[in-house]
Design a protein around this ligand. Structure first.
Ligand SMILES: NC(=O)c1ccc[n+]([C@@H]2O[C@H](COP(=O)([O-])OP(=O)(O)OC[C@H]3O[C@@H](n4cnc5c(N)ncnc54)[C@H](OP(=O)(O)O)[C@@H]3O)[C@@H](O)[C@H]2O)c1
Length: 209
């Protein structure tokens, strides 16, 4: 599949490489396509404008800094009922979530993005873990939610392809739970100094309801 990426920085570039390793093609949508960052020049990758990335993609990933997200989505135009995978975290002044409890960044993205099927995914871990989600016998947890069950399953499949242990957690409003989990990861990794080589996992025991 052709995967568009809006926000081709640490997260976008890392996911882009992971998707191409899994056999997909990526189309990075950037503000200055004539001067692509060197790390975006890799196999099965092209660099175009944000709007063209949406047009040329089967599914689009959103990984912009939160303050740039509304503008990037306006530049993207009509998504034509394509799946938009929201990996952003709505972090504002004071390094605090701008949305929570009764709303989420993902729901805000769904209001901003014209004609997109929004799926929240992959936001609870660091970019390095997105490129290498394997910790010995364990895999990094990724959580996926969307109001569209088919879209959720599709993105869960994509996450599994790049090595995540994926759990679908329900409707898009469950992003209200996932975005604070990202803040916990950031707090542990960056503030408490546990480092970015750390990830959340899901343990399972059979036989308990
Ligand atoms: N870093 C992580 O470990 C991590 C983990 C999970 C989730 N997230 C979330 O993922 C998002 C991206 O984080 P990041 O660390 O990857 O940020 P980053 O490295 O700063 O990359 C952001 C990218 O977005 C691009 N961009 C900015 N404004 C744009 C616009 N209007 N249109 C198109 N592209 C635009 C930037 O391009 P220019 O070069 O043109 O500015 C840059 O390539 C954030 O919401 C963050 O909270 C990050």
């Amino acid at each position: 599949m052709n995967i568009g990426i809006i926000g081709a920085g640490k997260v976008g570039g890392t996911l882009g490489r992971a998707f191409t390793k899994a056999g997909h093609a990526v189309v990075y949508g950037v503000r200055a396509p004539s001067e692509p960052a060197p790390e975006l020049r890799h196999e099965r990758a092209t660099v175009v404008s944000v709007r063209d990335a949406v047009t040329g993609a089967d599914l689009v990933v959103l990984s912009t800094p939160w303050p740039a997200t509304e503008g990037a989505l306006a530049a993207a135009g009509d998504f034509g009922a394509k799946v938009l995978v929201d990996v952003t975290n709505p972090i504002g002044p004071g390094f605090r979530l701008t949305h929570g409890h009764t709303d989420s960044g993902a729901e805000q993205v769904a209001r901003w993005a014209k004609n997109a099927i929004v799926v929240k995914a992959f936001n609870v871990t660091g970019a390095e873990n997105m490129g290498n989600p394997v910790y010995g016998a364990h895999r990094v947890a990724a959580f996926v939610c969307s109001d569209d069950k088919q879209a959720s399953a599709r993105v869960a499949g994509l996450g599994a392809e790049i090595g995540f242990d994926v759990t679908e957690v329900g409707a898009l409003e469950k992003a209200r739970l996932l975005e604070p989990v990202a803040m916990l990861w950031i707090h542990m990794a960056m503030v408490l100094g546990k480092g970015r080589g750390m990830a959340f996992g899901v343990l399972r025991r059979e036989g308990l309801e």
